[in-house]
Design a protein around this ligand. Structure first.
Ligand SMILES: [Zn+2]
Length: 213
C-alpha cells in the first residue's frame, strides 16, 4: 500500500488560496507551481485536509490595522512578535477562495484558521498564542491517524509551523519539498533546519505517489 493510501496517514494541504498565488495580495513566488503536484498527491491520498487562511477584515496581522505601520514590519502582540502582512484572505472574498485549479472535491476536512481578529494562526494546529487549539490534532487522532504529509504555501510560514506543531503533537511528519514554495529563501533555510531538528522528514511527490512501502 502506498504511504499516502494508508488510513493512518493524512495529507495536509496548506492554504492554496488566490491571495498566496502570483497576482494575489500576498503572493508566494512560483506559488502556482505547487498545484499540479498537490493534485497528484490528493488523488493518491486516503485522507485529505485542506486548510484556509480566513481572516476578518479587522485582523491584527494586517498592516492596515496598525496606523503608521507598513507590511513586513514587526509589532509586539500579547503573544509575542507578529509580522505585519498586506491584507489577505479576508473571509468570503475571492482572494480567500481556493485556487481554481485545485481539485478540492477530495477534501475530507476543510479547516479555516486565523478566524479570530486578535491573533494570527500560521499553524493548522495551534494559533499564534501557542495555546488555542484548532481541533485538528483531535480530528486526526479520533481517526487513528498518526502520520501526516504536509504541502502547500508558504513553506517558511504556514507549512513550517503546521509541520513543527504536528511533530510536537506526536505525529510522524513528512514535508513534500516540490509541493511547497517559500516567501523568502532565508526563512526557508531556517525552516528546513528546524524541521531536521524536530525529526521531520522530507520527500518528493514522486517518492509518495504510486510507490509501495
Ligand atoms: Zn494570514
Amino acid at each position: 500500500m502506498s504511504f499516502l493510501q494508508d488510513p493512518a496517514t493524512a495529507l495536509i494541504v496548506v492554504d492554496i488560496q488566490n491571495d498566496f498565488l502570483p497576482g494575489g495580495a500576498l503572493p508566494v513566488p512560483q506559488g502556482d507551481e505547487v498545484i499540479a503536484p498537490i493534485n497528484r498527491l490528493m488523488e493518491n491520498a486516503f485522507t485529505v485536509v485542506l486548510t484556509a487562511d480566513w481572516h476578518p477584515s479587522r485582523h491584527k496581522s494586517f498592516a492596515i490595522n496598525h496606523p503608521g505601520k507598513k507590511p513586513f514590519e514587526l509589532v509586539d502582540m500579547p503573544y509575542g512578535k507578529q509580522v505585519l502582512w498586506p491584507a489577505h484572505c479576508v473571509a468570503g472574498t475571492e482572494g480567500a477562495a481556493f485556487a481554481e485549479g485545485l481539485v478540492t472535491s477530495c477534501a475530507d476536512l476543510i479547516l479555516r484558521k486565523g478566524t479570530c481578529a486578535e491573533r494570527d494562526s500560521y499553524s493548522a494546529f495551534l494559533e499564534a498564542d501557542r495555546r488555542t487549539r484548532t481541533g485538528l490534532a483531535g480530528w486526526l487522532k479520533e481517526r487513528e491517524i498518526c502520520k501526516v504529509v504536509v504541502c502547500g504555501l508558504a513553506a517558511d510560514y504556514c507549512v513550517s509551523w503546521t509541520a513543527l506543531d504536528a511533530a510536537q503533537a506526536g505525529f510522524d511528519v513528512c514535508v513534500v519539498t516540490d509541493a511547497v514554495r517559500a516567501i523568502a529563501q532565508v526563512s526557508y533555510d531556517e525552516a528546513r533546519t528546524a524541521w531536521s531538528a524536530a525529526g521531520i522528514r522530507t520527500a518528493l511527490t514522486n517518492d509518495l505517489v504510486g510507490v509501495t512501502d
